[in-house]
Design a protein around this ligand. Structure first.
Ligand SMILES: [Zn+2]
Length: 262
């Protein structure tokens, strides 16, 4: 089993060495560490330096973190450090966040411009704002986008898929009807799996090893073998983030156990 946790806030996990060790033992090959403001972006880059080939960094400015007097500093840091990253994010809109809608649109729009210039994939948080997030990303001509933990309307989902974008599944698949509906409808080729660790799902605080929970829920939903779902979603993540192919042998060998593809 080889899986990738495509979205985890590793800087928020206390016993990071233990958590990454448990992840490796569970079959997690790589993790994408996600930043959301100046401090977490710095910590995320530091973790990527500490755990090369296992932790790959994305830095961003989360709608929950947006504050008028910190925007310039945050954007400047991102512009300066994206060259060390595999993606821009987490960025987006959240209509339940403190910052006013209009201000969120302004900041998100500037971040999308930075994303476009970098050519990197973009990780989007679109809570209660799916339509607007999708529209703004299209208008900014962003090529590669993942709508993280997508639980929005199905008509917007159809547009996301038609545009060639991706969505990600979390352990919330076990109980969230909206998330389930979206993941059921999206083709597996457009799905990545993640934990959003250390997010708590029904009382369980997650870490990257729990991406296996997502995998098993997803397999159940798609009526497919977990190994097969692992192979497809891992290949999706490698392609999406342009990650090194360290587990390609296993991906290629699924269903062809007598062959040794090199
Ligand atoms: Zn997140």
């Amino acid at each position: 089993m080889h899986v990738i946790d495509s979205h985890a806030h590793l800087n928020e996990i206390n016993d990071i060495e233990g958590a990454l060790q448990r992840a490796r033992e569970a079959g997690v090959d790589k993790t994408i560490a996600i930043g959301m403001d100046l401090d977490s972006n710095r910590d995320t880059l530091e973790l990527a330096r500490r755990f090369p080939e296992f932790v790959f960094p994305a830095i961003g400015y989360h709608p929950w973190s947006i504050a008028a007097d910190q925007v310039e500093e945050n954007l400047a840091f991102i512009e300066e450090n994206l060259k060390h990253c595999i993606a821009l994010g987490e960025i987006g809109l959240d209509y339940r966040a403190k910052a006013k809608k209009k201000f969120q649109w302004e900041v998100f729009s500037r971040l999308l411009t930075i994303g476009k210039q970098s050519g990197l994939p973009v990780i989007i948080h679109s809570r209660f704002s799916h339509e607007r997030c999708h529209r703004m990303a299209v208008e900014a001509s962003i090529e590669k986008i993942i709508f993280h933990w997508y639980s929005g309307p199905l008509d917007i989902l159809d547009k996301i898929i038609a545009d060639g974008y991706y969505i990600s599944a979390t352990p919330a698949l076990a109980y969230s009807p909206h998330h389930k509906e979206a993941i059921e409808r999206a083709p597996l080729e457009h799905i990545l799996i993640e934990t959003d660790a250390p997010v708590e799902y029904e009382g369980r605080v997650t870490e990257p090893a729990d991406v296996l929970l997502t995998l098993h829920e997803l397999s159940r939903l798609k009526h497919m073998d977990a190994l097969e779902v692992a192979a497809v979603t891992t290949a999706n993540a490698i392609k999406f983030f342009k990650l090194p192919q360290s587990c390609s042998r296993d991906i290629n060998s699924v269903g062809k156990s007598n062959q040794h593809p090199d």
